[in-house]
Design a protein around this ligand. Structure first.
Ligand SMILES: [Fe+2]
Ligand SMILES: [Fe+2]
Length: 248
């Protein structure tokens, strides 16, 4: 049996969905950085491995964080429906609310807190990228994965899609996730981990709380795609499409 220290973050998050709460709290990257071992991830996040092991073991005794259920066994089409309803809809709902808060906070505190203008630019870039990215997933990648799964369950084979192997759109989505992760990290740094300055007004606090929740939600969203959906779709493709038919 592999020592938990040497397991990847992805493996731990799948086996113990409640561990994502611990990773989120400690600033351990469990979505784009899911391939790192726990040991490496702890060094990178500058946290003590033994205390993380303890927290992860304790987290396993509780209910998973909302949305971080056991998706490794679910049908892929059920998982994609969940991603759209829980996470894509959340981004579409929260973006205008956070944008309005940014406008208000810049109007009142923009001169005293110049970092808010930088955060606004980063959030605008992030939301624009996300809107295009989600459309690509909903219109191309997710329907293809559903079709592939249906062929797999019926024991049928499937002709390759216009893009060839599913690994191609997935590689594009992974690159987008890395870009989004970099924008989130920069906002996190500029806002000092979304810690409002002492004496901040309620709107300022609401803005940072909204951005922090947005970050948490996006981490979970990317974890479900990178570590579960995409990995399982790539594995499934080898059973449904003749290797000779897959354009490399
Ligand atoms: Fe998505
Ligand atoms: Fe995505």
């Amino acid at each position: 049996m592999t020592d938990t220290r040497e397991k990847t973050i992805r493996e731990i998050a799948i086996e113990n969905p409640s561990s994502v709460r611990v990773f989120e709290t400690l600033g351990i990257d469990y979505c784009c950085g899911g391939k790192r071992t726990l040991n490496d991830a702890c060094i990178r996040a500058n946290v003590q491995l033994e205390s993380v092991l303890d927290l992860v073991a304790k987290a396993g005794q509780h209910q998973p964080a909302e949305g971080a259920g056991v998706w490794n066994e679910a049908r892929l089409s059920v998982l994609t429906d969940h991603i759209v309803k829980a996470h894509h809809d959340y981004v579409r709902r929260e973006t205008p609310r956070i944008t309005a808060l940014l406008v208000t906070v810049i109007g009142r505190h923009g001169n005293a807190r110049p970092e808010i203008r930088q955060i606004e630019e980063l959030f605008t870039a992030l939301s624009q990228e996300l809107f295009t990215h989600m459309l690509k997933e909903e219109q191309v990648l997710f329907p293809y994965i559903a079709k592939m799964e249906s062929a797999f369950l019926d024991g049928q084979s499937l002709l390759p899609a216009f893009f060839g192997s599913v690994t191609k759109p997935i590689a594009n989505m992974l690159a987008d996730h890395d870009d989004a992760g970099a924008l989130l990290s920069r906002m996190h740094e500029l806002s000092n981990g979304y810690e409002p300055p002492a004496g901040s007004c309620p709107t300022f606090r609401a803005l940072y709380q909204g951005l922090q929740e947005f970050e948490r939600d996006l981490h979970l969203h990317v974890h479900l795609e990178n570590n579960i959906l995409f990995t399982r779709a790539i594995e499934m493709e080898t059973s449904v499409i003749e290797p000779a038919c897959v354009a490399v």
